[in-house]
Design a binder for this molecule. Structure first.
Ligand code: COA
Length: 415
C-alpha cells in the first residue's frame, strides 16, 4: 500500500522537540525524512535525560522514528557543497535553529530558493517578527508568552505551565499542516514558499478561548462560568480558572473513592445542560430538576461550587472507573484522571497503535506514542529512530556519490 506522502523528500535540520515532532509526523505519513546532524554530536537530545548508559535517550528516540540520519558539517566548505546537492534533491527543508542560524551558515532563504525554486522552507521560531524575533525559546517560554500560563493554575495561585507540550509539539503540529498546505499549493503554482510557525502564535492559537473570555470580561465585567463568580471581583485580565471548564458546559475535577491515597483517584465531571435531570437522579437530588434555583443552566451558575460539592459526595462513593461506567449509561460526559502508568498499560491504545512498543538495537524495547492521526489509506508503521549518521553513506550514494568521494568528504571532516 502506498503512503500519503510517499515520494516527498524532507531535508530535516530540526532538533530538540518542536521541529522533530513535525518531521516525525511527515515520516509517519510516508515522507522520506533525512535528518542532518553534526558529526560526533548530533541532536543534543540524544544525550539528554539518558536512562540507559550509551544509548540514545527516550527523549530522542520518541521524537525521531521513521527517519534516516546523516552527519554533515554545514559550515565546512565541502559540507556546504553536499548541502547544495541536498537542497536540489529535496521538496521541503525544515529547521528550528535559533533565529539567524541559517543566514550565518550561508544559506538564507533567497539562496535556498535560488538553488531550488520548488523547495518549501519550513521554520519553527520562538516569536514572529516583532520585538522578540531574535530570542531563543523553549517550551515554557512559549507557554508563558502565548497566554497559557497566565490563564492556567489555581485562582489564587501562581501562573502555571502545563505538562502537555503545547509550545513544542503544538507548534510542530502547526508547522506540519503548513508544510502539507504549501506542498498542495505547489502542485498548482510549481513554486515553493516559506512556512513559519512561531511558538508564541501556536500557543495563543491553542488559547483562543481565553482571548474570547478576555473580550467577554471587558464587555460585561464578569465571567459567570469561572470559579471567582459570584464571590470574588474580577480584575482587568482573564483570571486562572483552576479546573473549571470556564466554557458553556460547566465542569470540574471531583474526588473518587480512594482519593486519600491515590493521587489520580479523580474524575472530570461535566454538568451538560441536556443531561441535568439524569445528574439530579443519580445524586439523589430530584427536586433540583424543577427547583428554579437549579433548573436552568443560567440559574445554576451562581451555585456551581455547591452543585459540584454535592456531586462529589456521590463520586467519592465510587472508583473513577465505576463512576465513568454509571455516568456513561446516562450520556453524562466525564473522564477519569488517567495516570501515565494506566495509559501505558491500556490495551485499547495499544490496539489502535496510539501506544506502540519499539525495539532499538542499543536500548532494547521501549514504549512510544504512535501516530495519533489515523489515515485509512495510509497506515503508520512505527520504526525505530536512526543511530547518529546511520544513513550517511546510503543517502549520499543515492545522490550519486562514489566510495572515493565519500572517503574524500570523510577526510575533509565534512561528514
Ligand atoms: N553543521 C554545522 N553547524 C551546525 C549544524 C551542522 N549540521 N547543525 C547546527 N549547526 C549550528 C548552527 O548553525 C548554529 O550555529 P551558529 O550559532 O554559529 O549560528 C549552532 O549549531 C547551534 O544552533 P542553535 O539553534 O542556536 O542551537 P542552541 O542549542 O544554541 O539553541 C534552541 C537551541 C532550541 C534554543 C534554538 O535552536 C531555538 O531557539 N530554536 C527555535 C525555537 C525552537 O524550536 N525552540 C524549541 C526547541 S524544542
Amino acid at each position: 500500500m502506498t503512503k500519503a506522502l510517499e515520494g516527498v523528500r524532507i531535508l530535516d535540520f530540526t532538533h530538540v522537540q518542536s521541529g522533530p515532532t513535525c518531521t516525525q509526523l511527515l515520516a509517519w505519513f510516508g515522507a522520506d525524512v533525512i535528518k542532518v546532524e553534526k558529526a560526533g554530536e548530533g541532536d543534543a537530545t540524544r544525550g539528554q535525560l539518558r536512562d540507559v548508559e550509551g544509548a540514545d535517550s527516550l527523549y530522542f528516540t520518541m521524537l525521531n522514528h521513521n527517519k534516516r540520519s546523516i552527519t554533515l558539517d554545514t559550515k565546512n566548505p565541502k559540507g556546504k557543497e553536499v548541502l547544495v546537492k541536498l537542497i536540489k534533491e529535496c521538496d521541503v527543508m525544515v529547521e528550528n535553529f535559533a533565529p539567524g542560524a541559517l543566514d550565518r551558515m550561508g544559506f538564507p532563504w533567497e539562496k535556498i530558493q535560488e538553488i531550488n525554486p520548488r523547495i518549501i522552507l519550513a521554520s519553527v521560531k520562538g516569536f514572529g517578527p516583532g520585538p522578540y524575533v531574535d530570542c531563543k525559546v523553549y517550551e515554557n517560554v512559549a507557554q508563558c508568552t502565548g497566554g497559557a500560563a497566565s490563564t492556567t493554575g489555581d485562582p489564587d495561585g501562581l501562573p502555571m505551565v502545563t505538562g502537555a507540550q503545547i509550545g513544542d509539539s503544538g507548534t510542530g503540529l502547526h508547522l506540519a499542516l503548513g508544510i502539507v498546505t504549501a506542498l498542495y499549493q505547489r502542485e498548482k503554482t510549481g513554486r515553493g514558499q516559506k512556512v513559519l510557525a512561531a511558538m508564541q502564535d501556536a500557543v495563543l492559537n491553542l488559547c483562543r478561548v481565553k482571548l474570547r473570555d478576555q473580550q467577554r470580561l471587558e464587555r460585561t465585567g464578569e465571567l459567570r462560568e469561572y470559579p471567582q463568580y459570584p464571590d470574588i471581583e474580577f480584575g482587568e485580565a482573564v483570571p486562572r480558572a483552576g479546573n473549571a471548564s470556564g466554557g458553556g458546559q460547566p465542569g470540574s475535577i471531583l474526588k473518587c473513592k480512594g482519593w486519600q491515597k491515590d493521587p489520580n483517584a479523580y474524575i472530570y465531571f461535566i454538568t451538560q445542560g441536556a443531561v441535568w435531570p439524569a445528574i439530579c437522579k443519580i445524586i439523589g437530588e430530584e427536586d433540583w430538576i424543577t427547583n428554579p434555583h437549579f433548573a436552568t443552566p443560567q440559574a445554576r451558575l451562581p451555585h456551581l461550587k455547591m452543585i459540584f460539592a454535592r456531586i462529589e459526595e456521590w463520586t467519592k462513593t465510587k472508583t473513577k472507573f465505576e463512576a465513568m461506567d454509571i455516568l456513561n449509561e446516562f450520556d453524562i460526559p466525564c473522564g477519569p484522571i488517567l495516570s501515565m502508568k494506566e495509559i501505558a498499560e491500556d490495551q485499547s491504545l495499544r490496539d489502535t497503535g496510539t501506544i506502540v512498543e519499539v525495539d532499538h538495537p542499543v536500548r532494547g524495547k521501549y514504549l512510544s506514542v504512535g501516530n495519533p492521526i489515523k489515515l485509512s489509506d495510509s497506515p503508520t508503521e512505527v520504526t525505530r529512530s536512526p543511530l547518529l549518521g546511520e544513513h550517511t553513506d546510503e543517502v549520499l550514494r543515492q545522490m550519486g556519490y562514489s566510495s572515493a568521494q565519500l572517503e574524500e568528504l570523510r577526510a575533509a571532516k565534512a561528514i
